[in-house]
Design a protein around this ligand. Sequence first.
Ligand code: FAD
Length: 487
Amino acid sequence: SQDAIVIGSGIAGLASAIRLKVKGYQVDVFEANSYPGGKLSEITLNGYRFDAGPSLFTLPEQVEELFRLAGRKAEEHFEYEKLEVACHYFWEDGKQLKAWADINRFAEEVETKLGEPAQNVREALRSSAFIYEHLAPLFMHRSLHQVSTWTNAQAMKSYLKMGKLGIFSTMHEANKQRFSNPKMVQLFNRYATYNGSDPYQTPATLNIIPHLEFNIGAYFPKKGMHEITQSLYKLAEELGVKFHFNSKVEEILVEKGKAIGIKVQEDIFLADLVVNNMDMVNAYKSILRKQKQPKKLLDQPKSSSALIFYWGVKKEFKELGLHNIFFSEDYKTEFEHIFKKGSIYDDPTVYINITSTHKPDDAPKGCMNWFTMINVPNNQGQDWDQMIAEARKTIIDKVNRVLKTDLEPLIEVEEILEPRTIESKTSSANGALYGNSSNNRFAAFLRHANYSSDIKNLYFCGGSVHPGGGIPLSLLSAKIMMGFVGD
Ligand code: FAD
């Protein structure tokens, strides 16, 4: 059988390894870290467990599909539940809102609490479903780098509906037109952050995202987010995929226009094909430094990054759920800081993810594990130490105001993740969470293809290539990539 090498064991690297193995390849995965999962890993601190990176889980069938492909019953290996409340929203004026998964219940809650007609919410979600129906088959499930994608009938139908797909206005403009209450505009604008973009720049097409959370649903793996990569890692091992940890690949070896293997320290490993799951920009700078550089793609603006405080909090706050948002009073200024000034606004929107609300053993009794995150610019060499110290204070002040508490003495353990460590731990260029940003209307076309057009037998998967970042799209990148293997 043929040999395949996968560089990186992020979620897309794991998915690629499983797909290649199922297709009959001998698969070796080389991972720089001592653990699998990349951004989707976990940390434990004095009795507290935290999912290190992603916290919101949508489109679980993308994970299940891998178990089915391998002839397993997904439900026996990977369990998850649908959330009844997708998110708990808080504003400084005391207003609170629960985003119920049941759309009618959510729409009614919005009408009662904010005076926004329920009809507007239902219409927003219908319109989101419409965009999804027309664009998902085109952008999410196929390569944009194949002629057939562009000539198929689905594509033609979509062109005709361009007006309704929101490519000519920004997300903010569209939401402002739809909702009368600025809080609802803000709530729907927030979806731009799901792929690290700016609602004031990104096309309204990204109003596709609420469809995933509301119409399809938000989920939580019973053992935490980490179980997603853990269960895929176990599956890959059972299938016979060989993992090499602490093995940083230094070069992809290319001979006569073909990828023939990799170099890890002084060792050379040969293979019939190589799949790269390392961030595309950093890959061209390092392991592909001797190859032709796709300059235009490499120069695209990157998505935002994040600053996370993992806090063990020795108190239970009953008003908090799994996902909580404390909104900024001035969203526009917050995004100007992130995307224009490269700084952190002094009233940032604070996101708190608390898995102990659904998985009590993630925190000691009577305590909570707070994954407290704000969106921040990607790393351009700012003075992060100073910015982080200021942000920590700002965040604690905001939490104190909203929850009418005194947080500082309640924090008994702390660890921090920030743009520089996101890059050093997972190799993401500038610590961006989602590869390129989607701030311009052509962004979808300016992502690297799932194969190399210069080097045969070299393929790409992961959040920095087509179709984009986030768990579902990273998983889809592996699926689309397989369409080219063996061509
Ligand atoms: P990555 O996770 O980026 O992993 C790449 C792997 O390659 C790493 O393990 C790295 O060590 C390895 N590697 C790199 N270079 C080499 C080399 N030279 N040799 C060997 N190995 C190498 N997505 C969501 O869907 N929902 C969320 O709520 C969400 N929130 C997020 C919050 C944070 C804080 C972060 C950081 C990300 C979040 N994301 C979220 C995005 C999501 O985590 C990523 O899009 C996704 O995990 C990317 O997976 P990937 O396959 O591209 O690989």
